[in-house]
Structures are given as structure tokens and as C-alpha cells.
Write a protein that binds this ligand. Structure first.
Ligand code: KG4
Ligand code: ZN
Length: 335
């Protein structure tokens, strides 16, 4: 009942072993961030090549750390999308080959479903149904979750994802890549009164998001301001406040509309302390339980893939004979 999980959808090579009876046995991550930093963002071709180099040693190290042998594996799960095609192909090819050689099933995992389920790795996990706010570098989704594979998308970003907006704003402020953690750090020193950024799409009904306007607002503010360290912090603070309040407003609206009593928040941006504080306040005020993954499982990792793969495997999922990976793959088409 042990599943090997492989994550290679973007710039992190993640590997983990999850046991259906004992939980997470081991997990390892190799981050390519340092390599991409000089380019200010992920270079897809470099990402694929680096996954090729890192994946096998990482699998060997993870298996050794868990104290198991490959022959004990029950299935191999890998991220089949959405993500960068070349990067996905590396994990898929390795995962499929290993499963074939070991004569065990391979299981395709949807990257955003894995993010969505990551809070269930924690002690005292939330029960279905719940509302999920997924905030990553590529996606921003509000999802009504009835159970495994039973997802209704209530809202999504019409343009930039929340993480992308953090990254672009960071670039405008001359901060490194990835921008989210850098903006968070700087925002802590910012004056919340100095600038006020708009709360996009909150003054009309609906649960969709739009973050590209915030980036433009940040660009205009940068242009019209003498950009010393304090001004950068003030802009980071105003941007973060706008993102957080927008999420609080939309989550409050979605909780009211659905009557759901649990909010699950996941994806890279869910590591943000200001966002957690804002949503915790909402939880307190609305008597709603709010759950997050532990910090290391907010951003991309192998543990969430092994865990989602294990749930899917036990529910009977098996990868089809021919193998495909998908750059785009709507979450509500996971079945
Ligand atoms: O989930 P993730 O690791 O990868 C995708 O599936 O896209 O999310 C990465 C995104 C990046 O845009 C990064 O800047 C953002 O999550 N992020 C943060 C924080 N940590 C990571 N954004 C805001 N605050 C953070 N602390
Ligand atoms: Zn991700």
C-alpha cells in the first residue's frame, strides 16, 4: 500500500513515498529556483533538462530514506498536468517506466487536485464537503468540493493567477524570483496607509477574480513614486492588502452562497502569512473552520502527489495505456 509520487510540472523536482496505512514515509525536493533566478522566471527547456538530471537520484534517496525497497511499492503516481509540457514529460516517462518495470499500476495526478488535497495530509484533516481556495503561480480557483473527484468550479481568475501577480509585482519592485516570498517579507515593513490599491471585481456579483489590473496599478505607482526602500515596502504592503482583502471578500461570498462550513486554502500563495491572517479572521467571524497545508507543502512538492495518487489509486484510478501529459487540464474534468 505504498505509493511513490513524482512531481515535475514546473521548477521543482519532488519525490515522496506515501503509505495508505502509515502516512508519509519520506519526501524530497530539489528546487531549480537558483538556476531560473538569473532569467527572472522559469525557462521551460532548462527546467526539463534539470528534471532529467535530478529525478533518478532523488527517487533513490527518497526510497533509501524511507527504508523501503522498490519491490514494496504498490503504485507510481506522477503529475500528468497542468504544467510545462517538457517538464511534465520527464516525470511521466520516469513514472511510467518504473511502474512498467515493477509491474505495478501507474496513476495520473492532476497538479491542482494534489494542491487541493494537501491540507488533508495534516493531523485532524478537514472532512468533505468543503470550499477550496487554490492560489498558485498558474491558477486561482474557488472550488466546491463534494468529495474526491467531485469538484465544481465556482470562480477563477480571468487573467493572471494570484502567484503570477505577486511575481510580476516583485519584478517591478526589483525583487528576485519567485516574487511571493520577497513581497511578503517587504510588506511587513510597509505603511498600510500610504497607498490604496483596488480590490478587483469585488463590487460586482460573482466569484471570479482578475489580478492583472493590480500589476498595472503597481506599475503606475512605481512610476509616480520616488522608489526608496520604504516606498517599495509601502507598495508591497498595499498590493498584499488588496490581494488579501479580495480573497476574504470572495471567500465570504462563496461560503454564504454554498452554506459550506469549512474553507481549505492551498497552493504556493497559501504560504503567505497576511493571507492566512485575513482568512483566519474570516473563519473566526463566520464560525468557519479554515485549513492549510504545512508551509513546505503549500508550494510544489512530491508529498501531495504521492498522497493524491494514493487516494486515486485506492479509488480505482489507473493511467491509460497510451501516455499523455496536459499543459491545460480543467480541474472539473478529473472525473
Ligand atoms: O503552487 P506553486 O508552488 O506552483 C504552481 O503550481 O504554480 O506556487 C508558486 C507561486 C509563485 O507565484 C510564488 O511567488 C507564490 O506561489 N508564493 C507566494 C508565497 N510563496 C510562494 N506568494 C505569496 N506569498 C508567499 N509567501
Ligand atoms: Zn503548484
Amino acid at each position: 500500500m505504498i505509493v511513490l509520487g513524482i512531481e515535475t510540472s514546473c521548477d521543482e523536482t519532488g519525490v515522496a513515498l506515501y503509505s495508505a496505512t502509515e502516512g508519509l514515509l519520506a519526501h524530497r525536493l530539489y528546487s531549480q529556483v537558483a538556476m531560473h533566478q538569473v532569467y527572472g522566471g522559469v525557462v521551460p527547456e532548462l527546467a526539463s533538462r534539470d528534471h532529467v538530471q535530478k529525478i533518478s537520484p532523488l527517487i533513490q534517496a527518497t526510497v533509501a530514506e524511507a527504508g523501503v525497497t522498490l519491490s514494496q511499492l504498490g503504485a507510481v503516481a506522477y503529475t500528468a498536468g497542468p504544467g510545462l509540457i517538457g517538464a511534465l514529460l520527464v516525470g511521466a516517462a520516469v513514472g511510467r517506466s518504473l511502474a512498467w518495470a515493477l509491474e505495478i499500476p501507474a496513476v495520473e495526478v492532476h497538479h491542482m487536485e494534489a494542491h487541493l488535497l494537501a491540507p488533508l495530509l495534516e493531523p485532524n484533516p478537514p472532512n468533505f464537503p468543503f470550499l477550496a481556495l487554490l492560489v498558485s503561480g498558474g491558477h486561482t480557483l474557488l472550488v466546491s468540493v463534494e468529495g474526491l473527484g467531485r469538484y465544481s468550479i465556482l470562480g477563477e481568475s480571468l487573467d493572471d493567477a494570484a502567484g503570477e501577480a505577486f511575481d510580476k509585482t516583485a519584478k517591478l519592485l526589483g525583487l528576485g524570483y519567485p516574487g511571493g516570498p520577497a513581497v511578503e517579507k517587504l510588506a511587513a515593513f510597509g505603511d498600510p496607509q500610504r497607498f490604496r490599491f483596488p480590490r478587483p471585481m469585488t463590487n460586482r456579483p460573482g466569484l471570479d477574480f482578475s489580478f492583472s489590473g493590480l500589476k498595472t496599478y503597481a506599475a503606475n505607482t512605481v512610476r509616480n513614486t520616488a522608489l526608496d526602500e520604504q516606498a517599495k515596502a509601502d507598495i508591497a504592503r498595499a498590493f498584499s492588502d488588496a490581494v488579501v482583502e479580495t480573497f476574504v471578500i470572495k471567500c465570504r461570498r462563496a461560503l454564504r452562497a454554498t452554506g459550506l462550513r469549512t474553507l481549505v486554502v492551498a497552493g504556493g500563495v497559501s504560504a503567505n502569512r497576511m493571507l492566512r491572517d485575513g482568512l483566519d479572521r474570516l473563519g473566526h467571524e463566520s464560525q468557519i473552520r479554515v485549513c492549510y497545508p504545512q508551509l513546505q507543502f503549500c508550494t510544489d512538492n512530491g508529498a501531495m502527489i504521492a498522497f493524491a495518487g494514493c487516494l486515486r489509486w485506492r479509488a480505482g484510478a489507473r493511467a491509460p495505456a497510451g501516455f499523455t501529459v496536459r499543459a491545460r487540464w480543467p480541474l472539473d474534468e478529473t472525473g
